[in-house]
Design a protein around this ligand. Structure first.
Ligand code: HEM
Ligand SMILES: N[C@@H](CC(=O)c1ccccc1NC=O)C(=O)O
Length: 292
């Protein structure tokens, strides 16, 4: 032992001394793996190709991590919607800010899957049968919470009672946009009664009467700051959502070209049409009305 051991021990070996205070006995204590239930999480990757294809693990983990993030996106968006209902605008914006970061991560993550070549994917695509991301109920619930409702999307979940319950609840609840418009009405903005009383189970469609309301907000941002800020946060959400859809489409094009999808759709052409969907059309239309 040298007199400098306290600071230099292990440095030459490129190892770090574990401090004596570090807890090592977890026989009777909460541990990392126990808290996170890692045995469950890490036993949920079960490739089914035989012999097992090297890249199937990538395919599974890409989907599972997306589903985990979607779970949090849904949690945050539902909370944001409830906070808008309670006129807690600042707190709602905090949730939306978090969702925006998750969306960026999800969009960026496509580059990992893009390392899967067409030939590699073709070697195990067959085992997927008719499974498809089209059957992601969390993805569909996020679309619903953002207002793009479509009751027909519940059809594919008929054999899955818990997915149906989750989606039916999202279908029948007012969307984030519905609650924002109700908040604006409470704040004195002239939101038409037809908007406030609409059937919230239907997809939101372009409502021209709202454009002058937003034109007033965008025409004097200082006077309408909190409404304006929320509008721009919603535009960010839609923008990010579309970027994810675009990267999905482009990844699909490079991996399966124009092959039909395992879910039974035409594949890339079907995904391309999703780029025409919009959550907050009036927030885009208002831009045309800005003088100049
Ligand atoms: C090799 C990679 C992938 C390919 C070739 C692919 C292909 C497709 C195709 C062709 C569809 C249309 C439905 C069908 O007929 O199957 C679809 C839908 C979908 N996929 Fe993927 N996908 C891939 C990866 C992913 C990943 C990683 C996710 C993340 C969860 C995902 C989520 C979705 C979702 C949510 C839909 C429904 C989209 C909509 O309704 O517009 N996909 N995918
Ligand atoms: N629809 C894809 C298959 C696919 O990507 C997939 C299969 C099972 C579980 C999730 C999937 N992801 C997205 O559609 C295809 O047509 O190749």
């Amino acid at each position: 032992m040298t007199e400098h051991e306290g600071v230099s021990d292990g440095v030459a070996e490129n190892t770090r001394t574990i401090e004596a205070s570090v807890v090592t006995d977890f026989s009777d204590r909460m541990s990392y793996g126990g808290y996170l239930d890692l045995p469950t999480l890490l036993s949920a990757q079960r490739p089914i190709s035989r012999p097992e294809h090297h890249d199937e693990l990538l395919f599974i983990i890409q989907h599972q991590t997306t589903e985990l993030w979607l779970k949090l996106v849904l949690h945050e968006l539902e909370t944001a919607r409830d906070l808008l209902r309670a006129d807690e605008l600042g707190q709602a914006l905090k949730c939306i800010a978090r969702v925006k970061h998750i969306q960026k991560t999800l969009t960026e993550q496509w580059s990992v899957l893009a390392t899967l070549t067409p030939a590699e994917y073709a070697q195990f695509r067959g085992v997927l049968g008719n499974a498809s991301g089209f059957q992601s109920y969390q993805y569909r619930a996020v679309e619903f919470v953002l207002g793009n409702k479509n009751a027909k999307m519940l059809q594919v979940f008929e054999a899955d009672a818990s997915a149906t319950t989750l989606l039916r609840h999202a279908l029948e609840s007012p969307s984030l946009y519905d609650e924002f418009l109700r908040l604006l009405a409470r704040a004195g903005y002239p939101i038409p009664a037809s908007v406030l009383e609409r059937d919230v189970t239907l997809a939101w469609t372009f409502t021209p009467e709202l454009v002058p309301v937003f034109a007033q907000i965008y025409g004097d941002t200082a006077a309408h700051w909190s409404a304006y800020e929320t509008c721009e946060e919603l535009v960010d959400l839609e923008d990010n959502f579309q970027l994810w859809r675009f990267r999905h489409l482009k990844t699909v094009e490079r991996i399966i070209g124009s092959k039909p999808g395992t879910g039974g759709s035409s594949g890339a052409p079907f995904l391309r049409r999703a780029l025409e969907l919009t959550f907050f059309p009036e927030l885009y239309a208002v831009r045309t009305e800005i003088p100049g």
